[in-house]
Write a protein that binds this ligand. Sequence first.
Ligand code: CO
Length: 154
Amino acid sequence: MALLEIMIAGAPVLRKNAEKVTRFDKKLGKLLDNMAETMYFAEGCGLAAPQVGLSKRAVVIDDGNGIQEFINPIFKFQEGSCTNVEGCLSVPNYEGEVERAEKVGVEYQDRKGNRKYIEADGLLAIALQHETDHLDGVLFIDKASVIMPKEKEE
Ligand code: CO
C-alpha cells in the first residue's frame, strides 16, 4: 500500500463533478486500499477519491466500525436535520457547523461492482453526505453556517 497526497482546498480537482466508476478492477481495489491507508494516517474518518487527485466517484469511511467503501453512491432518501461540527482533510486547520440530514438511505456499489443499499444515521450518515459532496465538487465550507479555526490538540 502507499500513502497518497491529499489535495488541499484550492486544487481544481476538488471542484469537479467526479466521474462514475465503470471499471471494477484491481486498480480500483488498490486505489481504495491506498485511500484507506491515507485516511488512517491523516486521522480522518472519511476520504473521497477527488481528495487524492482522482476525479472518480469512490469514497472510504470509518465511523468507528471499520473501513467501509462506497462506489457511485446515490441518495435514495434524506430525512430530518441535525447540525454538527465538521472538519475535512482538504481544509486543514478549520472546522465548521454544517446542517445535514439526520438519516439517509444510499444505493452504492462495492469494489467488485455488486449493488448495495444502506440506511444510516449518526456519524455514518453525516460522513456519507460530506464525502458524497466531495464527488460533486462541494466542500463543507460551502455549506457551513459558522467556520472557525480548529482547536489545537494538546
Ligand atoms: Co472532506
